[in-house]
Design a binder for this molecule. Sequence first.
Ligand code: PMP
Length: 394
Amino acid sequence: MFDQLKPQPADKILALMAAFRADPRDQKIDLGVGVYKDAEGRTPVMRAVKAAEQKLWQVEDTKSYTGLAGDAGFHSALSQLVLGDTVSADQIACAATPGGTGAIRQGLELIRMAAPEARIWLSAPTWPNHPSIIKYLGMPMAEYRYFDDATRGVDFNGMLTDLDKAKPGDVVLLHGCCHNPTGANLTYAQWQEVADFLRAKQLIPFVDIAYQGFGDGLEADAFGPRHLAKTQPEMLIAASCSKNFGVYRERAGLLMCVSQDAAKTALNQATVAFLNRQNYSFPPDHGARLVTMVLQDDLLRADWQTELEGIRNGMLSLRQQLADALRKRINSDRFDFLAQHRGMFSRLGATEAQVEQMRESHGIYMVSDSRLNIAGLNADSVPILADAIVEAGV
Ligand code: PMP
């Protein structure tokens, strides 16, 4: 049997991490993998999460199974964080999942069960795991234009023109905020237009929200999914706690099926629990429980929000520093888009050869499509990157 296996395509970003580790230069700069890092290059456990962990150790008196769909406290705490009060709890079916990736996978499996013909529309570009999982599941997919290489903003006309080719019942995957890999996001007005468009064309939104709180703030970053939840007959949401709670390895995520018709919730809930059972039975609980404890305790929640705001403002400041450094060097506002992008990533718009040159000459590691992780920078490395970008002729 094993000799029938064929090598699978390597994950580009994991390969980049390995190349970075193998680089002997002291001054190397890692802008590759999508993990938040502070100015010292660490990914710390957030204070409130650490405090919740300490408390959990004291009070947890069993490690017996939770429900198949995870813990109800987690469902309500996280769905409330993402959706606020836009829909009532009886309109949302939830399943805790291993990370946001697990929620995406379970959401796709639900679509495949309910509507095997539905085509999944993905932004061009998108997080590579989206097409990879969809292809693995054998589901039909298509792309809509999203990133405008010239402006480094959203090609909104291109997006709607392409989505106009979708058929009723097709699914449109949207990044809730902080688009990965580009950093270019829809404005509120564009979200409203997209919502009207989807409703008119009977398309179903599937929102992947993995960076709530990393862009313009917890509430502002949830504008898109909240507006869709209010206006669409039904939608799916995959939320990740990896970044905004810093619990990457704990694997905490939530799949939400939102329907205007509360009568559908019981069947949706039974279905997502069934899907969990088929894939891994019970979802992991530790990270989800920490997240719930932080969200339900006023003091822990306030401290978490303060730390998250610090992270967000730190990234905004690095964006501004980099845009300013480039402005000074080339006497043009050509790179101001870096300060306008939101989240951890920006697509610089460099060619693969230019990305390679920056790696060779300055030990700067970014993904070959020129996605850079802003959080990999600090005040010392910003000028080095600005020099490298100018030298490479980006
Ligand atoms: N969606 C997007 C767009 C992401 O960037 C990520 C993290 N890289 C995820 C989902 C899921 O992350 P995780 O499974 O680690 O929670």
